[in-house]
Design a protein around this ligand. Structure first.
Ligand SMILES: O=P(O)(O)OC[C@H]1O[C@](O)(CO)[C@@H](O)[C@@H]1O
Length: 443
């Protein structure tokens, strides 16, 4: 099985009775999802997306990706949140975080994910003088971070290549019919791709939102979708053995016992952006109505040297979910050193992955002794197929977990508050009433 939940370290934290007690709630959550009658049921398009995706658009995505790889040195992807994280997460998990530095051919950079002028200036420097294309991604078509970065980069593209050529190098992924970006794209004749109406941003990585940058990176998107489709078949079935539902149940059992923080961990640095993707998925889905598990993340053993002390002995508020990648993309044999000057010959004559695994096993035992519940999600490797599989596993788990928490896992009303204040402070028309009040608070 390419993804499997391993609960063997949980026996002192969760009893069989507790699993049995929460199961009727899992059953109810499953029925709500399948009947599409729970909160947020307008946004359940992800449930069957790996099977029911638009095949004609999928072919257009592949053709656009091939064109970009052919006519560009750089693809700059502008987007934020769900319109950013999934694409970058898959690209880095499958190809490695240094793919731009290590491979010839197309470089992929992401922007529009902050309002930092330093960051955007660096992206401009990476594009200047190069044959570049832009994929602007925004479901709403109005997100400030994305729109601002896109405005600047489009101007650069038009200046460097002329308006006509620029229009052939801008790819817009947005709503099917509405929004500023869609209007602009139609007016300029840019190729457009669709964020389906019934798929929310954090569930959109397997739509054109993620697929175009992922395909442009040279990743096999058929394999990615097949992994997700196979996971869909497996995790859409109600059963105590459904690992996605069991993981959702574990999260809620632990949450109800005061474990309000989940730390997603991996011993592969290439998983860093997958951690970020998971944080948006679960954070936006569950953090509402004064409830929710706080999704945190670590890369180990790196963060054992920063967060390890807290996890071992600090406030007992967390549990750890370890994504255990069984086979690294590459291994390294450790040769013995004559004289053993660094004292490391006890590590020699084996692959470095063995050392990494022992670090993981030792840490799990230490943290369990420290009172931290440990959940394992085992994945064979970070191939496109298995990453697709893992994505669907987390989707299904998140939806179920949100219903177990009695929240609407498919909205994000809280995100508007910062936007409202920022617009008022910047003097955006329509927000005048709030400006003076906020400025007085800042004095
Ligand atoms: O695709 P859009 O509309 O630019 O939104 C980007 C992100 O912003 C949010 O709407 C939050 O502001 C996320 O839910 C979403 O993923």
């Amino acid at each position: 099985m390419s993804v499997a939940l391993n609960t063997k370290h949980l026996s002192s934290f969760i009893s069989e009775e507790e699993y049995a007690a929460i199961y009727p709630q899992v059953e109810a959550a499953h029925k709500q999802l399948e009947a599409k009658n729970g909160p947020g049921s307008d946004f359940l398009g992800w449930m069957t997306l790996p099977r029911d995706y638009d095949k004609e658009e999928f072919a257009r995505i592949k053709a656009a990706a091939a064109k970009i790889r052919e006519d560009s040195d750089v693809l700059v992807v502008a987007g934020i949140g769900g319109s950013y994280l999934g694409a970058r997460a898959v690209v880095e998990a499958v190809k490695g975080m240094y793919h731009n530095e290590l491979e010839d051919g197309l470089k992929i950079y992401f922007c529009g994910n902050s309002i930092s002028p330093t960051y955007l200036n660096n992206i401009i420097s990476l594009c200047k003088g190069k044959r570049f294309s832009i994929n602007v991604i925004s479901k709403s078509g109005t997100t400030t971070e994305t729109s601002l970065a896109f405005r600047v980069l489009r101007e650069l593209l038009e200046k460097e290549m002329g308006v006509e050529e620029a229009n052939k190098r801008i790819y817009a992924t947005t709503d099917r019919a509405k929004g500023t970006l869609k209007q602009l794209a139609d007016a300029q004749g840019w190729p457009t791709f669709v964020v389906p109406d019934d798929v929310g941003g954090r569930y959109s990585v397997l739509s054109a939102v993620g697929l175009l940058p992922i395909a442009a990176a040279g990743i096999d998107i058929d394999a990615l979708m097949q992994g997700a489709a196979d996971a869909m078949e497996r995790f859409s079935v109600l059963s105590p053995d459904n690992d996605a539902y069991k993981y959702a149940a574990i999260r809620n059992i632990l949450y109800r016992k005061g474990k309000a923080v989940e730390i997603l961990e991996c011993y592969e640095p290439d998983f860093t952006l997958m951690n970020e993707w998971y944080k948006q998925l679960f954070g936006e889905s569950e953090g509402k109505d004064n409830k929710g598990l706080f999704p945190a993340s670590c890369i180990f053993s790196t963060d054992l040297h920063s967060m390890g002390q807290f996890i071992q002995e600090g406030a007992r508020i967390m549990f750890e979910t370890i994504v255990d990648v069984k086979k690294p993309a590459q291994d390294l044999f450790i040769d013995p050193l004559e004289g053993n000057f660094d004292g490391l010959n006890f590590l020699a004559n084996q692959n470095m992955s063995v050392v990494n695994r022992k670090a993981m096993e030792g840490t799990i035992l230490a943290h369990t002794d420290g009172g931290v519940p440990e959940v394992l999600i085992e994945v064979d490797d970070l191939s496109a197929y298995n990453v697709g599989y893992l994505i669907y596993f987390f989707w299904r788990a998140c939806a179920c977990s949100g219903y177990l928490l009695s929240v609407n896992p498919f909205n994000q009303p809280g995100v508007e508050s910062y936007k409202k204040n920022m617009f008022a402070l910047l003097g955006k028309p329509g927000y005048e009433g709030l400006t003076a009040e906020l400025e007085a608070k800042l004095k």
